[in-house]
Design a protein around this ligand. Structure first.
Ligand code: B12
Ligand code: SF4
Length: 549
């Protein structure tokens, strides 16, 4: 590969694609695709109870932190903002980060760079690079598949094997629920830690696994528990956090690393809280005690389907596992796939019901989707089953199939998906309530646990439950009567139980704060009904900029 003639003196701009996002437009924005994790694909039908927040573009933040060239990260720019940055500063390299749905924006941004900064080299990276023939769709000089840190280091003539420097990342921003924006105090939000990218299990539909090498492969930024521990200690002190969102597709799969991390946490009395992604077979490698001591408080886990044959699910009784996790205070975010090969109109309802019966705290439903770059895409292409006229902006699993399913029509795929979200909400209630239930179970089980680190963690978590969350329970109990009286009764019972544990503070907050929250939630419902959407703010961050010439 060539090295840029200016090497590490080259000025680099790294940008995410431009907004606004939560609207339908000619560049591929879609109103069903807001720049929000929960509201996009988890709690999207939960109205004012939906958890709303934004996440930064971590890929470009990581690249910026690991090159010594002067570099600007421009996150969530507007189109005008991107043009302004290109014309007010000279950039030798413009890197654009995108996923597949936003390819139309990448095309437009390349066009803008050629016009406004014709001497810049254009590099396109991120999942969009998995589109076959992307080089004929966008005017870029380089299209980078896989890890961008090592690529950018090589291109700048730097050591691609140098240790990875982890930036300080606040995991979410502008969190909002029931019409209330949570205060953004230092330390109040978890920090994101990215130990690796990719997953060696290699499920046929999985785009992240495929993008970083597929089955048997992944890219490790931190090999050992010791390295990870050191990074977490630094971030803990810089951001004053004890809570970490671990962005690793299958964190618990690497047992040696996780157990060494636990050892170090115990030695140094760290009462950390970890939110992780993990497959059922990986979770099963640990006892509940190990998970709890490691601080696992939230786990995102693929439930896929009771009859699917994915190796990660072999031998796991999913319903029992999810129940057990919740009984130990671990919030579960389940993910179910709709439209697997064996699904038919006769069995799909039963499978959705079975997923909902797991009563996970959060539930993502996704359509089985042939995403470019995955083995499933190749298989569907080989069998001539890809639908030719589907816009790339609509290939993401939250709209309709992009391939011919043997038993379910494209329109029915959307109906089933929407129904699954509704039915889960109707049967199980708002995720906020479910989370409170799991938190109480954890507290009751572990408040007298011998390890003080564990006690401290549950005591920290329960502070929210006995105050603001109890007031939220009061609101949910009232509002949910309109949807499902029996769930409303369950919320009532939970609230009573919380008040039994914390008689003074819990009663006081629900009595004082409850009515205010109810008013905020109803106002939010009105805003949402009138079409209100939310967009992330723009970030401009410069590094090594003093040395820029
Ligand atoms: C956080 C996240 C989000 C955030 C937004 C983040 C953002 N600011 O854009 C939210 C929650 C809003 C979100 C929304 C969506 N997301 Co999302 N998201 C993720 C998630 C969980 C983490 C991304 C991440 O930071 N990873 C860690 C970093 C380090 O990895 P990375 O981004 O891939 O970056 C590396 C390389 O790709 C490369 N690279 C990245 N950028 C660049 C740029 C250059 C110049 C170079 C050289 C290299 C390079 O180098 C990096 C370091 O190795 C991933 C899953 C995952 N595990 O990655 C899904 C994922 C990226 N999302 C996905 C999708 C589909 C969506 C949605 C459409 C939702 C949906 N319906 O599924 C929406 C779209 C929103 C929109 N309008 O754009 C898919 C993308 C599939 C694809 N092949 O394109 C993923 C992979 C999830 C999945 N498995 O399906 N998402
Ligand atoms: S276990 Fe999860 S992350 Fe790993 S390949 Fe399968 S779907 Fe992807």
């Amino acid at each position: 590969m060539d090295v840029h003639p200016k090497g590490s003196r080259a000025r680099v701009l790294l940008s995410s694609v431009f907004g606004p996002y939560a609207q339908d437009d000619e560049f591929g924005s879609r109103s069903i695709n807001p720049m929000e994790l929960y509201h996009n694909q988890v709690t999207r039908v939960q109205g004012s109870f939906s958890l709303r927040m934004f996440h930064r573009s971590w890929g470009i933040m990581l690249i910026q932190a690991n090159i010594s060239a002067p570099c600007t990260v421009l996150d969530f720019p507007t189109r005008d903002g991107f043009a302004h940055e290109l014309t007010t500063n000279h950039y030798d390299i413009v890197g654009i980060s995108s996923i597949i749905v936003n390819v139309g924006k990448v095309r437009e941004m390349c066009r803008m760079v050629r016009k406004l900064s014709p001497r810049s080299v254009i590099v396109v990276g991120g999942h969009v690079a998995a589109i076959p023939g992307l080089d004929t769709m966008v005017d870029a000089d380089y299209i980078v598949r896989g890890d961008g840190i090592s690529w950018m280091r090589r291109y700048l003539g730097e050591d691609q094997h140098a240790p990875i420097r982890h930036p300080n990342i606040v995991s979410g921003l502008q969190t909002r629920i029931m019409g209330v924006c949570l205060p953004q105090r230092k330390g109040s939000t978890a920090a994101t830690i990215i130990p690796s990218v990719g997953c060696p299990i290699g499920c046929n539909f999985c785009t992240t696994s495929a993008f970083f090498g597929g089955k048997g492969k992944f890219v490790n930024f931190y090999e050992t528990g010791d390295e990870l521990f050191d990074v977490m200690c630094r971030v803990e002190s810089d951001l004053r956090v004890q809570s970490f969102f671990v962005m690793d597709e299958n964190f618990l799969l690497h047992r040696g690393r996780a157990m060494r991390l636990l050892e170090r946490m115990k030695q140094t009395h760290k009462s950390w809280e970890l939110s992780v992604f993990a497959s059922a077979n990986a979770i099963r490698k640990y006892t509940m005690q190990e998970l709890v001591e490691l601080g696992i408080s939230w786990v995102w886990m693929g439930l896929e389907s009771p009859r699917s044959r994915y190796s990660k699910l072999q031998g796991a009784d999913i319903r029992q596992l999810t129940r057990e996790l919740r009984e130990h205070g671990i919030r579960v975010q389940g993910s179910t796939i709709i439209g697997l090969e064996h699904h038919t109109p006769d069995n799909i309802i039963e499978e959705i019901e079975s997923a909902i019966a797991c009563q996970t705290d959060f539930h993502q439903f996704m359509l089985y989707t042939a995403v470019p770059g995955t083995p499933l895409y190749q298989e569907m292409a080989d069998k001539g089953r890809l639908l030719a006229d589907v816009d790339l902006a609509d290939i993401h699993g939250q709209y309709k199939f992009n391939f011919r399913h043997v038993a379910i029509s494209r329109d029915d795929s959307k109906r089933l998906l929407d129904w699954a979200f509704w039915h889960d909400f109707e049967c199980n209630g708002p995720s906020l309530y479910r989370m409170c239930r799991t938190m109480l179970q954890g507290w009751q089980r572990y408040k007298n646990y011998p390890d003080p680190r564990v006690r401290e963690r549950f005591a920290r978590e329960v502070k929210k439950l006995r105050s603001a969350y109890n007031a939220a329970l009061w609101v949910m109990e009232r509002e949910f009567k309109k949807v499902n009286r029996s769930v409303s009764k369950q919320i009532h019972d939970l609230r009573r139980e919380v008040e039994k544990e914390f008689p003074v503070i819990a009663r006081l907050t629900s009595a004082l704060l409850g009515p205010i929250l109810l008013w905020c939630a109803r106002l939010e419902e009105k805003r949402l009904a009138s079409g209100r959407t939310y967009e992330p703010p723009t970030f401009v961050e410069r590094r090594n900029w003093g040395s820029a010439s």
